[in-house]
Design a protein around this ligand. Structure first.
Ligand SMILES: Cc1cc2nc3c(=O)[nH]c(=O)nc-3n(C[C@H](O)[C@H](O)[C@H](O)COP(=O)(O)OP(=O)(O)OC[C@H]3O[C@@H](n4cnc5c(N)ncnc54)[C@H](O)[C@@H]3O)c2cc1C
Length: 321
């Protein structure tokens, strides 16, 4: 029987961070249904917010302002203590990642570069070109290998073993070997990512199906904040590939469909962004309304929301709506 002090299900950024934070005296293993560096975290492009105040327009930024923007951006639904802790720890975390070798983009004087992002009062998003998640995931994986953390990759966890109302271990399916394997652990962390793929349209990877959350639910473990599912309002029509959030950070107007009419939907107008130039915004709105009117006349329906995916669409097998 495989035994560990701590088993972490999930080899994305959350799982790897948990593994690296564990006390080295404990025997730790990470289980992942894909190779860790293929976890969905690899797709994150835009970056991470931290009030480093490196950007010339962000010299006044503080973690309190970052906390305020985070809570406001959540429509005041966020756990405010958690938001305060997150924003305070963001600064040392960024330097820790930097020291571990994350190749962040830089300003000419060598400081970590920052850019504007949705909902942020200052340019505070630290990034590595358009592949922030990829470089973070690779760096954390390298650090985990350096610390001899064991990985069970391409193992699908299927069940939580509960004995006497206590968690006793896990059941995993070794995808390559075809074996069902029980594992014992004194503690288990589930870092199985989001479940955007329960929706028909999502920018999430196809592996984000929520099996971790489903397993916990099946085992009778209470779930919290299930309504907080990340939704990207900017994606390519049809395939739902994300148009980087940095585009919204720069105030780019976007189109959506409402009441079957293409209408201009400007995130700025909903107050989620701070517009930097209202003149530009109004000019842009005028042009966009003209384009929208043209589209309404020329194309009756670009791609109606809520329609089932056509069966056999290239690159995507048919699936029920
Ligand atoms: C297109 C896109 C762009 C994004 N850009 C940004 C950005 O710029 N900045 C930002 O902060 N956030 C961004 N996000 C959000 C961010 O990517 C996620 O919040 C984050 O990557 C989640 O990390 P995670 O470790 O929790 O999950 P994941 O990276 O999804 O990892 C989940 C892990 O769980 C494993 N797993 C799941 N189920 C099982 C199972 N049953 N058995 C075994 N293993 C299992 C998987 O193999 C995987 O290793 C973006 C999201 C998307 C969709």
């Amino acid at each position: 029987m495989i035994r560990y002090d701590l088993l972490i299900v999930g080899g994305g950024l959350a799982g790897l961070s948990a593994a690296l934070s564990a006390d080295p005296k404990f025997k730790v293993a990470v289980i992942s249904k894909v190779h860790p560096i293929r976890s969905h975290s690899v797709a994150a492009q835009g970056g991470i917010n931290a009030a480093l105040a490196n950007h010339p327009d962000g010299a006044e930024d503080t973690c309190d302002l970052h906390a305020f923007d985070t809570i406001k951006g959540s429509d005041y639904l966020a756990d405010q203590d958690a938001a305060e802790l997150l924003t305070r720890l963001a600064i040392p975390t960024m330097y820790e990642l930097d020291h571990w070798g994350v190749p962040f983009s830089r300003f000419p004087k060598g400081t970590i570069a920052q850019r504007p992002f949705g909902g942020a009062g200052f340019p505070r998003t630290c990034y590595a070109a358009d592949r922030t998640g990829q470089v973070l995931l690779h760096t954390l994986y390298e650090q985990a290998v350096r610390r001899d953390i064991t990985f069970y990759e391409e193992w699908l966890v299927t069940d939580i073993i509960i004995r006497d109302r206590k968690l006793a271990g896990l059941v995993a399916y070794d995808l390559a070997g075809g074996e069902i394997i029980p594992l014992r652990a004194r503690a288990v962390i589930f870092a199985t990512g989001g479940y955007g793929r329960v929706y028909q349209k999502s920018t999430n990877a196809y592996i984000n199906l929520g099996s971790g959350i489903g397993m916990a639910y099946k085992a009778g473990i209470p779930l919290k904040d299930m309504e907080f599912v990340q939704f990207h309002p900017t994606s390519l029509l049809g395939k739902n590939i994300l148009i980087t959030e940095a585009a919204r950070g720069e105030g780019v107007p976007t189109f959506t469909h409402f009441l079957d009419l293409p209408i201009l939907f400007v995130i700025v107008a909903l107050g989620t962004l701070r517009p930097t130039d209202w003149t530009l915004f109004l000019t842009g709105t005028g042009i966009a309304v003209l384009i929208a009117a043209g589209l309404t006349l020329m194309i009756p329906r670009l791609y109606p929301w809520g329609e089932a995916w056509p069966d056999g669409e290239p690159g995507r097998p048919g699936r029920p709506a």
